[in-house]
Design a protein around this ligand. Sequence first.
Ligand code: BGC
Length: 421
Amino acid sequence: MMSFNISFPKTALATTLAASLALSAAQAAEVEVLHWWTSGGEARAANVLKELMEAEGYGWEDFAVAGGGGETAMTVLKSRAMSGNPPSAAQIKGPEIQEWGELGLLGELDEVAEAEGWDDLLPPTVAEIMRHDGSYVAVPVNVHRVNWLWANPEVLEAAGVEMPTTLDELFSAGEAIREAGFIPLAHGGQAWQDATVFESVLLATGGSEFYQHALVDLDPEALGSERMVEALETFKRLRELMDDDMSGRDWNIATSMVINGDAGMQLMGDWAKGEFTAAELTAGEDYLCAAAPGTQDAFTFNIDSLAVFRVEGEERDAQHALARLALEPIFQEAFNLAKGSIPARPDLDMSEFDQCAQQSLDDFQRTANEGGLVPSMAHGMAVRADVQGAIFDVVTNYFNARDMAAEEAARRMVNAAQAAL
Ligand code: BGC
């Protein structure tokens, strides 16, 4: 700096300035992307897209809002959008894409979709979720399965138990694990995690048709039924397998308890696999995966997608590049290997994927053909955000209440769905 004034030749200064102007012009073509991929595995996955964008000369402004399940991210997004300054793209999923579309805030991606042949690449049900008013407004990055059980094989072995396949087996394995000195089920007491576990239990006790009636169609008869009461009671019994410090714990901390061998098992979607992968563990050896007990014939899907907001000029070019890259094989493979999910497009070579991902793909196709493929309520795929929020409240209040009867919770479930309709 000292010699700057004295000896920096004018021409060199001009060149430096010109270069930095050119640089900021290049940086102007950037995307700001809102997401909640902040855990170790999630951040590795998000980084794949950032690096691919940067390799094409675009800038990436990371708008990461921590909080599993994305509730906080959505609140932040709403306030940014209300102040007239939304990001170029945001992780928005399922029916919520329609809500944003109805507000007239989303941009469209038809040009990219046509050039890249999205109609042929994507399964029609997936493509449908990505369109508003007939136009593509979002791009899918993956398919997550929510109804999974993860386990540490050493803990199971120390307790002398196998991977449970039914809820009864889960409870008895849990007891043995506790007796062997471990926490049976790692959990984080947050509303969305409670709901994640609850929907897998309901799927096991009630089956996928009942799940569809209750949590997707919001049929008041199903919501207030004896089957709902049974699902709620079984769900609450799971508390016996959890530890006292679970309140407020993040999901990835719960996963790390399984990784470290403090806990035996976790019921969580396959973003948990992203944590095992980030810790360089191998599926089937260092950790085990299986369908959540009693849900072998069902698949609760959760498709992450990036929706785009209306933007102009260079930002639009960058946004289109983002949408194009998001469905390219190189991204779909690297992202999903890190994220724990399977690709959104079914035509890719899966040989690099581990046995849990292979099983996910097989079960996805099998349940799509035979029935049992259902959208995840807990992950914003089944109902609109207001109904989801109302159901979360009932589930979490019941789970934490000392003396709320399951019948009362079922009644509240009916009201929650009605009030929000
Ligand atoms: C998202 C996943 C994310 C998980 C935990 C889910 O709702 O779909 O992408 O990893 O929440 O934050």
